[in-house]
Ligand binder design. Structure first.
Ligand code: ATP
Ligand code: MG
Length: 499
């Protein structure tokens, strides 16, 4: 069979960083081709070069037997290549339907009006194919959570029925059932001859959905092979250049006093009468499907929302938390899932982002202790192995996973007693994930109380001492260590009665 798309000797550098070195790879109709590699390996850059967002320095792209050079994304789309980008690209103030049909809205015949009725019906159809139930076409994008935004992004790209579909970490916030539904859709596309380029850091997905896999490391192509020929270990070794034994490091569990307790947490129509507590030296997991209400609950605890009823106790004392500064003052850190909206100042540099919240502790008599600041920032960059040319680099130029590490670094500097992590390893590669897990265990050993929300069940099972599960805004169970199994979690996450 002939490839539909061939990349030949593609190279690309950014001032000082060679992101891609002489990459050649073919993509065939009806194949799912996984592209893997560490954070900063060059995956997104390669896709952006292909999609016309970046201009390549050298090399050739052959598409349907012709050399091509897409000038911009719209050009690529028109020629039958669609892409879900790693960083969400939807417009917050427009509706879900407007985002999906942006630039090609159905018009009312003979009039210059968008046919909203048709547009909404079409969106419902697209969602139905994807098995998405809980997103209304008229909702504003900004009202959705990040997983729902991701689903809209996927709907948007898949509505083109393109010949090549690129998914750059499109499932990073999705949980099991949503990923399964997406996979069903991918299989349909495959049947109809679409070539799918699939980037993910989730190993299980690669083995479930891909036919072939290409591994990049430091901008170079290490290998392209049939997925069948690979094992998880061989893939990891190729990606990071060394062996990693156990991704989830062992840890001891010696819980101390209750540090945080929530009683009867309720948000009208959203969260219902939830009570739970976290102890010092413990990692409490939070599992649930997209829209289960986990993120909203911890955002409220931290003070990002104050439309809730219920009581919060910190070390036995009742706390009033109405805004984030209250959360911080009460010793809470919230490492958020949404880098763009709440986690980072993308136009700021790495140093300023890391020291932003802890700056108060780095001041004397109103002056920032510059040398001290630089030192602690360098320590964080080192500890988390943030890949950046320097602390002065603008954050938006870092790869997605490295941006996530900057978010973690900035909150760790605060040295809070209660650390809430909402998808801490979203978009982070295996090697770096392990670094973060080691760090979590270390914080636990220091007696921190940690809450971890994750869409990855293996991560929750590998890291958590107790497991809270939510369904439609309500806690459906809190599992003790020995009861934490995939079956038990899933049963409670879909609201099934006692298992
Ligand atoms: N616009 C840019 N300006 C400067 N450097 C960039 C730019 N875009 C990417 N880079 C650099 O190019 C390299 C490759 O980045 P890329 O985003 O392709 O990595 P990635 O493999 O997608 O990583 P991740 O898994 O974290 O998403 C990194 O070193 C990154 O910092
Ligand atoms: Mg990327």
């Amino acid at each position: 069979m002939k490839p539909v798309l061939s990349l030949k000797h593609i190279s690309k550098s950014f001032s000082g960083v060679q992101a891609l070195k002489d990459i050649s790879v073919d993509f065939y109709p009806g194949e799912v081709h996984a592209i893997m590699g560490e954070n900063g390996a060059g995956k997104s850059t390669l896709m952006k070069v292909l999609f016309g967002i970046y201009k390549r320095d050298s090399g050739e792209i052959i598409y349907k037997d012709e050399p091509v050079q897409f000038k911009h994304a719209a050009d690529a789309l028109e020629q039958g290549i669609a892409m879900v980008q790693q960083e969400l690209s939807t417009i917050p103030d427009r509706s879900v339907a407007e985002n999906i049909f942006l630039g090609r809205e159905p018009m009312i015949k003979g009039l210059h009006f968008v046919d909203k009725k048709k547009m909404h019906a079409d969106v419902r159809e697209v969602f139905k194919n994807m098995g998405v139930e809980n997103i209304e076409p008229h909702r504003k994008m900004r009202e959705l959570d990040i997983a729902q935004m991701q689903l809209v992004d996927i709907a948007k790209a898949s509505a083109y029925h393109s010949d090549v579909l690129i998914l750059d970490e499109a499932t990073s916030s999705l949980t099991g059932p949503e990923v399964e539904r997406l996979f069903r859709l991918i299989r349909e596309f495959k049947e109809s001859g679409t070539a799918i380029l699939y980037i993910t850091h989730k190993m299980d997905e690669v083995f479930e959905i891909s036919d072939r896999v290409t591994v990049l490391r430091d901008g170079e192509l290490i290998k392209t092979a049939d997925t069948k020929e690979m094992t998880e270990n061989s893939l990891i070794t190729m990606m990071v250049g060394r062996e990693i034994k156990d991704v989830y490091p062992k840890s001891e569990y010696h819980p101390g006093e209750v540090v945080l307790e929530i009683r009867n947490f309720t948000r009208p129509g959203k969260n219902d009468n939830n009570s739970f507590s976290v102890r010092a030296g413990e990692v409490l997991g939070m599992a649930g499907l997209v829209g289960a209400g986990r993120t909203e609950m911890v955002e409220s605890l931290f003070g990002l929302r104050n439309d809730y009823k219920g009581e919060v106790y910190i070390k036995g004392r009742k706390a009033v938390i109405k805004r984030p500064s209250d959360g911080i003052a009460n010793g809470i850190a919230l490492i958020t899932e949404d880098r763009k909206q709440t986690g980072l100042n993308l136009l700021g540099n790495v140093k300023d982002n890391i020291s932003m919240i802890a700056l108060k502790n780095l001041c004397r008599a109103g002056f920032i202790l510059k040398r001290q600041e630089r030192k602690v920032v360098e320590e964080q960059i080192e500890a988390l192995r943030i890949k950046t040319p320097s602390a002065g680099q603008i954050v938006s130029f870092l790869s997605g996973g490295n941006q996530q590490k900057v978010v973690i670094a900035k909150w760790l500097l605060l040295n809070s007693d209660i650390i809430i992590m909402d998808e801490p390893t979203r978009g982070v590669d295996v090697g770096a994930k392990r670094e973060i897990y080691l760090l979590v265990n270390e914080l636990k050993a220091q007696g921190k109380a940690i809450i971890m929300i994750s869409s990855e069940l293996p991560e929750l099972m590998g890291m958590c001492d107790r497991q809270l599960v939510m369904y439609k805004g309500k806690i459906t169970g809190i599992l003790e260590k020995d009861d934490i199994t995939q079956e038990n979690i899933m049963a409670k996450a879909v609201g099934a009665e006692e298992v």
